[in-house]
Every structure is written in C-alpha cells, then in structure tokens.
Design a protein around this ligand. Structure first.
Ligand code: ARG
Length: 469
C-alpha cells in the first residue's frame, strides 16, 4: 500500500510504505470507538448537508449519501457491520463502508472540510451528553427510592454516629435522606456540566478551522448543541469536558461507596439493622449459611476504578501542547469505562435499596445506647442557666458514674443524681428520653420528626423539578 491510502485508513499518499504491524496494533481504536458510530453517522449527515449548502455536493449526491448513511445505521443497530482488521478507527471504518455503498468518488468526498480531530472532539461530547442523561435518570430513581423508604420507616430512630461511635439518636428517615442529598448534588453537577459544555467543536478542522466555507453553526444546531466553540485550537484539543464528567462519575461512585460500606456493616449479625433481599445477595461456594452483600461490595470496589479513570485522564492531559495530540485518544476508554461501570452499579444499588428490609426495633433499641442522650442532658442544664462548660463537666461525671455502675442515664436515682451535682435535679429526667432528644433538634436540617418531614417535602419538590429537565 505504498504511496496510497490503505483500506480503512484515512491517510497514506505521502508515505513510501504502509504502517508497520506494531504501529497498526498500537494505533487502532476500533475495539473501543465503534460505539461512536451513531454519532459519526449523525455528524456525517450534517456535514454532507453543509457541504451541499456550500456548493460542494450536488443535491442528488447528498440524497445518495444520506440514504446510504441510513442503511449503515440500520446495519449497525442490527449488528450486521463490524470494523475490519485494516480499519484504523471508527472514522476510517465508516468511510470504508460508505465507499462500499456509494463508490469511491462520492464516499471519499465527505472528508472535505473536516478532520478526525474536530470529529472526535464532537463525538466524545455527544456520547457523554447521552450518557449523562442515562446517569441522571437512574440517580433520580435512586433518590425516589430513598424518599419512599424514608416514608416507610416512619418516626423510628437509630444511632447516629461520629467516629463510628454512638453519638446522638437520629431518625432512620433522616439517615436515609442524608444519602439522597449527595445524589441530588451529582444530578445538579451533571446539569451544570451540560450547560457549560454543550458547545460544538465541529468545524474546527484539524486545528485552524475549516477552509471550505461550511457553516459550523448549522452543523452544531443539527447535532443538538447550543453553539460553536469560539476557538478551533481549544475546541479540537480540550478535554476538560471529559475530565469534568469523570469527576462527576467518580463523585457518584465515591458517594455510593459510603452508602455501600454502611449497608455492608449494618447487615452483619452484630448490627442486624438490615436484611438484604435474596435476589440482591449472593451465597458462598463453601459456607452454606452465607448471604453476602456483593452488590454493596462491588459498588464500593468499583469506586476505585472510577477514581482511577479520572486520575488517568488528568495525567494524560497534563502538559499537552496545543492543539490535537494523539494522546487524546486515551480519553475514551476512561470515559466509556466510567459510564459502563455506573450503568452496572446504579441499577443494582437501586434494586438493593428498594428491596432490603429494616429492623426498626433493633435500630431504635440501639438509638440511646452508648449514653447518646448525654448531650441532651447537658442542653437541659443550659436551659436552666448552667454554663455549657460546667454542664459538660457535670454530665461527664454522670456518664462516668453510669459506666462504673453499669446503668443507663435514666436509671440513676434522684439521690445519686443530686450527689453528682446539685444541678442534676429530677427536672433533667425529661431530657433523658429518645422522643425529647429527637424533638429538640427542631431547627432546619435537624432530625426532629417535623423537620425531617419538611426536609422530605423539600426533596420531593426538588426531584419533581429536576425530573422535568
Ligand atoms: N482516534 C483518534 C482519537 O480518538 C481520532 C483522531 C485522530 N486524529 C489524528 N490526527 N490521528 O483521538
């Protein structure tokens, strides 16, 4: 193939030999970029129209090309076409297939006025845009599930923890909704990302812009973009659009890993707060009694590759000069892997969340363990005029007394209370109940039942408004 363009390749005229096998293997991207076919076909159709409008393609040829592109699309969707060994990338493969259908002259004329550099920069944005919509809708579904579950658990309480030690009681509903808010923020991140990045690099050519008078605005709007990138060097070579997407994917994975960790711990025998549904748990090949939380573990584990994809791409981008460099081909596998990973993990987590059962009595019984009402007793002393520093000391002494006697706060006699401190009158007993503890956290964001109900109403309104986008 010396001195000519090889089949499935898009260059060759100035070369005295074809590419070495090692180069071909290294350079090839069809095994991952083949999924971009639908975007390439959309853009090629838009490009053909632009060529025709600018007088470079007759209306008859345009019709022939558009019809051929549709047959290619049908064959792609039905899995009837595949890249060939000789195809360098998705662009080369599609030109080869188009040439097979409309002949070399017409099929080869569509490369005019564009480059794989502006094409790939555009397709990667189109792919990420579609993927973001799928992720967004599964995230919304997860939030709806958490809202639903938070209604089912009523006003039952559970231990709230800091440092994973018993800290203060919280409503189970408050806890469940706490995992919904990060999902909401990730949806909002997707929306911010999309508002900033829905700009087309198409028309940037190889780097300097197209020279054939094609209208980039027309192509952009046909491809669903809000506008055209104002700088072709930047448009063809920037991938912060992908990096930002991978950050959001990593953040989603990271948030899921925290929820997953708690599901793993809380479903263990020591806690028994949660039982996983059989359909969402696995067994052991050796231990017949086992029921394992593999979905949660895989969600936790896969957050590692989501973070890896982000740091991998950032490392590739560091120090790259303008404009396009072949290094940029490395953006896609990270992007595809993060999307594929989340599209596996999120539906499984949604199923896990919606099907697991809560042992509300166990959770509530433990809500006041570990002297978790101690802060409420100190708060009640403050309401009676004791400075908090002193109240903290007094209740600390009360806890020490309870620990040495093996009793809970409310089990201490009036006489013993008084001997610890004159501030500990029988009036403080009203602060030693779960109900009063919960009800007292009545400010915005607190775990008081009324506050949690209004938090849920706020979340429902937000989900409804986000669902309309
Ligand atoms: N496969 C390349 C990528 O993914 C497409 C652009 C190739 N451009 C080039 N000049 N070799 O980035």
């Amino acid at each position: 193939m010396a001195g000519q363009t090889g089949e499935g390749a898009l260059w060759g005229g100035r070369f005295s030999s074809g590419p070495d096998y090692t180069l071909q293997r290294l350079s090839k991207s069809t095994h991952f970029d083949w999924r971009l076919v639908p975007y390439d076909l959309d853009a090629t159709a838009a490009h053909a129209r632009a060529l025709s409008s600018a007088g470079h393609l007759s209306s008859g040829d345009l019709a022939t090309v558009l019809a051929a592109l549709e047959t290619i699309r049908e064959d792609y969707l039905a899995d009837r076409i595949q890249p060939r060994e000789s195809d360098e990338d998705v662009h080369g493969a599609l030109e080869r297939i188009l040439i097979e259908r409309v002949g070399e002259n017409l099929g080869g004329s569509l490369r005019a006025g564009r480059s794989r550099n502006d094409q790939i920069a555009t397709f990667v944005r189109m792919y990420a845009r579609d993927a973001s919509r799928s992720l967004r809708s599964i995230l919304l579904e997860c939030v709806r599930i958490l809202i639903q579950r938070s209604e089912e658990v009523g006003e039952h309480a559970m231990p709230g923890r800091t440092h994973f030690q018993h800290a203060q009681p919280v409503l189970v509903a408050h806890y469940l909704l706490a995992h919904a808010w990060p999902m909401i923020r990730n949806i909002q991140r997707i929306d911010d990302w999309s508002a900033r990045n829905n700009v087309s690099p198409y028309g940037g050519g190889a780097l300097a812009g197209g020279g054939l008078g094609l209208d980039p605005e027309a192509i952009a709007s046909e491809l669903g973009f809000d506008g055209v990138q104002p700088n072709s060097l930047d448009g063809t070579s920037s991938r912060d659009v992908v990096a930002e997407f991978l950050y959001i994917a990593a953040q989603i994975g990271l948030d899921l890993s925290r929820l997953a960790e708690e599901i793993i711990v809380y479903s263990s025998a020591e806690f028994s707060y949660i039982t996983l549904d059989d359909a969402f748990a696995t067994g052991s090949s050796m231990m017949p009694q086992k029921k394992n939380p593999d979905i949660a573990e895989l969600a936790r584990g896969k957050s590692g590759r989501l973070l890896g994809n982000l740091s991998g791409l950032l490392t590739t981008l560091k120090g790259l000069p303008l404009a396009y460099n072949r290094d940029l081909q490395e953006d896609k596998e990270h992007l595809f892997d993060s999307v594929d990973t989340l599209l596996l993990v999120l539906p499984a987590m949604a199923g896990l969340l919606s099907s697991m059962s809560f042992h509300l009595d166990t959770m509530e019984r433990n809500a006041t363990a570990g002297f978790s009402l101690a802060t409420d007793v100190a708060d009640s002393l403050v309401r009676h005029g004791v400075p908090f520093r002193e109240a903290h000391e007094v209740v600390g002494a009360l806890v020490a007394h309870c620990e040495s006697q093996g009793v809970d706060l409310h089990e201490v006699s009036d006489a013993d209370l008084a001997s610890i401190s004159p501030h500990l009158t029988p009036a403080v007993r009203s602060s030693m109940t779960l109900e009063s503890s919960l009800a007292s956290k009545a400010g915005r964001g607190g775990t008081a039942p009324k506050q949690v109900a209004s938090q849920r109403a706020e979340l429902v309104a937000l989900v409804n408004s986000l669902s309309e986008n």
